[in-house]
Ligand binder design. Structure first.
Ligand code: GDP
Length: 434
């Protein structure tokens, strides 16, 4: 009997809708024979060499020509899924695609489940779990930095790092277990000191990965930034200036209420989701209240709050205190606007700008970036954690290792240590799917 995993599957690999070309992917044992049933070219696909492309026509069971196509052939194990695979490039018409897929379904091929091609690549050992997750991240990347981070993971940097730590753990715990087996004979395979040193080293490496997550999360998901301040300090002007300056508007999300709008921009490779709020004022007006509620929510959820005042009016302590109740000091960047009108304005703001002339905006971008990702930079060669699941597994592994450290310093029996080490090993294994 053929299992679900052994079926031959097909799906449209490019976005649905009209386009210059579309690609239909087929993977599994019947890939070549099923395509040969509908494809008429110079040679049979079953006889074609791997990584070759063939021109021909797709002919329906009613003998009608559906389209002229290019067929790419990938023989196992040298394909994305590790199975025999075919990609049919067609003209990008939804009708053509539907017809070709229906024809394929007549020949022992079924529609793929969502993510099934990637799942097979994982099951066939072409990629590990972290890499499989990176496939989706690469596709969803909207900025340079997020793409680099996802590529980094797809290339296996995180997997290699985690795997080498796991290896070290396995070696250490096997020696401890061996020692237990020979407990009566009083031989020592690894000194307690060496075990402690190994564990400390692994914890230090895990800590590095854990630290990279605040950077990784930012490059993967972007940064929420709330612009707050009294009316007329220049919030909308600043927002507009940033949009014009960054030029890379990723998307525009029209305001859901009259009081708050969100714009996504990419500055220096990082995605910022800018929320322009109505200002947080206590109010009895019911319509206004709804807007204020949303503003408060935007501030509570913000990774960074741009607290804006201007150089020509008094500083608003009440507003400042309200903001402080919703977020924490280290998330706030204090901005003084309109310094073109009064550049002697004395305030303890972090950045002084003019949304009118653009003065100080580059400095604001610098401060924003530092707040968002910190001053530590990660190169393409560093393993970076961008995924919350991986982050949680690392925390778990670290917890088990710290338990092991404690029991060693309390000189508990080796059995305890080895259980903790095995648990840490499992937690690391979860990241790569071992
Ligand atoms: P918001 O209510 O905080 O969104 O403030 P607006 O962006 O609508 O700005 C209020 C007024 O201040 C407008 O007339 C802007 O043209 C003006 N304004 C904003 N920024 C500056 C600035 O840097 N310099 C000067 N001179 N005027 C500004």
């Amino acid at each position: 009997m053929i299992t679900h995993e052994e079926d031959t599957i097909t799906a449209l690999a490019t976005p649905s809708g009209e386009g210059a070309i579309s690609i239909i992917r087929i993977s599994g044992k019947n890939s070549f024979s099923s395509v040969d049933n509908i494809f008429k070219g110079k040679i049979k696909i079953a006889e074609a060499q791997s990584h070759t492309i063939h021109y021909g026509k797709i002919i329906s069971s009613q003998n009608e020509t559906i389209d002229d196509v290019l067929v790419s052939v990938f023989r196992n194990p040298n394909s994305f899924t590790g199975e025999d695979s075919v990609e049919i490039s067609t003209h990008g018409s939804p009708l053509i695609i539907q017809k070709i897929i229906s024809e394929l379904l007549r020949y022992d091929v079924r529609l793929a489940d969502p993510g099934e091609f990637t799942k097979r690549a994982f099951l066939n050992g072409k990629i590990d779990l972290a890499q499989a997750e990176a496939v989706a991240d690469v596709i969803n990347s909207r900025t340079e930095a997020s793409l680099r981070g996802a590529r980094n993971q797809l290339d296996g940097l995180l997997s290699q790092k985690v795997d080498s730590l796991r290896e070290m753990l396995v070696n250490t715990s096997s020696l401890i277990e061996l020692e237990l087996d020979f407990a009566e004979e009083d031989v020592e395979f690894m000194s307690l000191e060496q075990i402690k040193k190994n564990i400390a080293e692994i914890i230090a490496e895990i800590n590095e990965l854990i630290k990279s997550y605040s950077f990784g999360r930012v490059i993967r998901d972007g940064v929420n930034v709330a612009l707050v301040g009294k009316p007329n300090v220049g919030k909308s002007s600043l927002l507009n200036y940033i949009l014009k300056e960054s030029r890379a508007i990723v998307s525009e999300i029209p305001g859901t209420t009259r009081d708050i709008i969100r714009e996504d921009v990419s500055i220096d490779g990082i995605l910022y989701k800018l929320f322009d709020t109505a200002g947080i004022r206590l109010t009895e007006d019911v319509v206004e209240k709804e807007g204020v509620l949303r503003s408060r929510e935007a501030v509570s959820k913000a990774d960074i709050v741009l607290l804006i005042n201007d150089a020509i009016s008094d500083y608003d302590d009440i507003l400042y205190n309200q903001i402080m109740g919703l977020t924490s000091e280290e998330r706030i960047i204090k901005v003084t606007n309109k310094i073109d009108l009064n550049d002697n304005y004395n305030s303890d703001s972090d950045v002084k700008i003019s949304a009118l002339t653009g003065k100080g905006i580059n400095e604001l971008f610098k401060v924003l970036k530092e707040k968002a990702v910190g001053s530590k930079t990660y190169s393409e060669k560093n393993a970076i954690v961008t995924n919350q699941r991986h982050y949680n597994s690392l925390l778990k592994a670290k917890g088990h290792l710290e338990n092991a450290e404690t029991s060693i310093s309390q000189k508990m029996t080796g059995e305890f240590n080895s259980v903790d080490l095995r648990n840490a090993e499992t937690a690391l294994g979860e990241i790569i799917g071992k």
